[in-house]
Design a protein around this ligand. Sequence first.
Ligand code: GLY
Length: 346
Amino acid sequence: MVARRQFLKASVLGAVAVATGKAAATATPLAIAARGVGVVRVASTWDFGVAANQAAWAILGHGGHSLDAVEAGARVPEADLKNHSVGKGGYPDRDGKVTLDASIMDADGHCGAVAALEHVTHAISVARRVMERTPHVLLAGDGALQFALEQGFEQENLLTPEAEKAWHEWLKTAHYRPQINSEVRSYGADAPAGLPGGKDNHDTIGMLALDVHGKLAGACTTSGMAWKLHGCVGDSPIIGAGLYVDGEVGGATSTGVGEEVIRNAGSFLVVELMRQGRTPTEACREAVLRVVRKQPKTANEIQVAFLAMNKDGEVGAWAIQPGFSYAVCDAKDQRALIPARSVFAT
Ligand code: GLY
C-alpha cells in the first residue's frame, strides 16, 4: 500500500506539472509516465480495482486516452468469474437472471449506459457503443440486448454454475438484505481459499482516470445487488448517480446500495461540491453525510461510498461504513490500495 505522504507528494507533483505544462511540453507521454511525474492516474473502487487499474495503466502509461483506459479496466472484473458483483459470474436476481448495469463518460459530457442488460459480459463496452453510435444515453433490457447483438457482441449465458448454486442456496430462505462490504468478503482474507465469500455479495467497480492529455473519463459497471427484483436498476447506469465526469472540475463514482445514491444524485453532488472548492475527499465526505442524513435509520445498516478525482488528478473517497478501500495507480505505484475513512467506526 502506498504511504499517504508518498501519495500526497505524487498528487502535488502532478498538480504542479499540470499548472506549468512543462512536462507535456518537453517530453513524450511515455517519457512523462516513465519519469513518474504523477499527472497520469487511475483510481477504482474496492480491492478488485488493483487488477483493473493495471489494465487501465497499460493504456494510460503509454500515453493512451482515459476513455480507452477505463473501458479496458472495467472489462477485467466483468470477465472475472470469481467476481460475483460485476459482469459474467455475477449473482443473479431472485428469478435467476443475471442483469448488468454500466455507464461510461468522458470529460466533455459524452456518455452512454446500459441497464438490466442480459447475456452480454462486457456491459461497459456496450455502454460505450451507446455513447458513440446512437443519439441516446441509456438503453435498457431487451432493447439494450438487441443493440448489443446488432453491434456484434456475443450472446452468452452469464449464470455460472457457482452463481447458480448460490442462488439455489438463497432460495431456501429467500431473505433479501444488502450486505455491507460484501465485495471484500469475496476477495479478502476471510474468504475461503479459491471460493467466493458471502453469498449475498453485491457491488460495483467505479473507475476514474486522468490521461497525459489532461482528459478525465470514468466508467462504472455492476451486476447489481444479488437477489434483487427482476427489472431492478441501481445507480451504476444512471449518469449523475453512479458516475459523473466534468472536465472542468473532476469525476466521481459510487459503490454500495444504489437506491441511496440515486436518491441524492450522488456522483453529480460530489462533482458539484468539488466545483465549489471542496477537495475530492471533502466532497465525498459531504455526499456520504447527505445520504446518512436523508435515511438515518437505513444508513446504519448499509454501505455507500464515493470515490472522486479532480482535474489535477487528486483522489479522495469516503464511506458510510469502515471496510471500503480504493485502488490508485500511477507512475509511482501501480498497486496502491487505500482504506477510505468512514462516517461510522468499526
Ligand atoms: N451500486 C450498485 C447497485 O446498487 O446496483
